[in-house]
Write a protein that binds this ligand. Structure first.
Ligand code: NAD
Ligand code: UFG
Length: 344
């Protein structure tokens, strides 16, 4: 793999995928996007072109469509794959588990089958800190127990296990399992960002809409956690830092011999947390957003959200050590960029 390599990016029209496409292009890679647009819009291609000056190849296909995926591998000499495509809403996964398992797991099975058929064996998978469930302590290290608490999280863990089995069966694979903490913010151009449909579930998009006046106030889910101000603490990571983490992981895998990609965990998939390595409470986010926007964010403390954990933040030292990557954008930048995107 060289810097001109063709990288298939599944889910590349989505929130994290579109930022990763921009980061890949900046690093000299050539992304090829496949996305069924179930949670995104093809207009993101125009915006990627406006940012980078180039328009990546794009296929509006479902990754589970083996015929369509095979045709893409026949058209492009793919060198590696970053697999973002998936459904990600926790509550929806509880209501529709079969749809979640079908989409997330079958897309991965089809993808790996087509990759193997074309001798493409370098794969980065979007996992999540949700695989840790309620951690015994913080910061969360990669060797902590894995105990997801909902079908979405279980689909991520199952895929991690499937990819681990694949590595055992054929050590020609180089696999990266990246466990993201809480991606927020937007590209600094304000051209791409997160556009959830309907009322947002996640904190930062919700706060953006309160600041914009389209939602009246923020419900703070719980003021009685054992945290300094009683509200939940999370490891927010700027989506461009996260995107650059993928470039670092790709370069790391490229530098490894097949069969050894696990780093100091021994042979196996590379497993790393991608987070900032520190936590902020809901009220700290509210205050940072007020500062970035010069607007008031009215809020009410309400009951805890079922399934939420009090505190979650990463031990980010493994990514720093192995990938030579760490976050560079702070909470103020995350808020400013999320707001810039909202205004545009
Ligand atoms: P997103 O919904 O914005 O992007 C996912 C993209 O995949 C969408 O564009 C969607 O249309 C596409 N897609 C879904 N199923 C598909 C299929 N079968 N075939 C083709 N395309 C399909 O979500 P995101 O926030 O960018 O998340 C990307 C990945 O990162 C997901 O796998 C998600 O589970 C994971 N992740 C996200 C977060 C987060 O908080 N955003 C945290 C941890 C992990
Ligand atoms: N919160 C509020 N009010 C809101 C929304 C969120 O107070 O309207 C609080 C939550 O209780 C939590 C914090 O803000 O303390 C962050 O909540 P998010 O919903 O933004 O993020 P989560 O940490 O709950 O969830 C994220 C991803 C999930 C993933 C999970 C665990 O969105 O997909 O991390 O990794 F499963």
């Amino acid at each position: 793999m060289t810097q001109n390599s063709n990288i298939l990016v599944t889910g590349g029209a989505g929130f994290i995928g579109s930022h990763a496409v921009v980061a890949l292009m900046k690093a000299g890679f050539t992304p090829v996007i496949v996305d069924n647009l179930s949670n995104s819009d093809a207009s993101v291609l125009d915006r990627i072109e406006a940012i980078t000056g180039r328009r990546p190849a794009f296929y509006p296909e479902d990754v589970r469509n083996e015929v369509a995926l095979t045709a893409i591998f026949k058209t492009h000499a793919i060198d590696a794959v970053i697999h973002f495509a998936g459904l990600k809403a926790v509550g929806e996964s509880v209501a529709e588990p079969l749809r979640y398992y079908d989409n997330n797991i079958n897309s991965t099975l089809v993808l790996c089958r087509v990759m193997a058929a074309h001798q493409v064996k370098t794969l980065i998978f979007s996992s999540s800190a949700t695989v840790y469930g309620d951690p015994p302590s913080v910061p969360i290290r990669e060797d902590f127990p894995l105990a997801p608490t909902n079908p979405y999280g279980r689909s991520k863990l199952m895929i991690e296990q499937i990819l681990g089995d694949l590595f055992v069966a054929d050590s020609g694979w180089k696999i990266g399992l990246l466990r993201y903490f809480n991606p927020v913010g937007a590209h600094e151009s304000g051209l791409i960002g997160e556009t959830p449909q309907g009322i947002p579930n996640n904190l930062m998009p919700y706060v953006s809409r309160v600041a914009a006046g389209t939602l009246e106030y923020l419900n703070v889910f719980g003021g009685d956690y054992s945290t300094p101000d009683g509200t939940g603490v999370r490891d927010y990571i700027h989506v461009m830092d996260l995107a650059e983490g993928h470039v670092a992981a790709l370069k790391y895998l490229e530098s490894q011999h097949a069969g050894t990609s696990g780093g100091d965990f021994g042979p196996g998939p590379l497993i790393v947390n991608l987070g900032a390595g520190r936590g902020y409470s809901v009220l700290e986010v509210v205050r940072a957003f007020e500062k970035a926007t010069n607007r008031q964010i009215p809020f009410r403390i309400t009951s805890r959200r079922p399934g939420d954990v009090g505190v979650s933040y990463a031990d980010a030292s493994r990514a720093r050590r192995l990938l030579n990557w760490q976050t560079t954008r702070n909470l103020d930048a995350m808020c400013a960029d999320a707001w810039h995107f909202m205004l545009k």
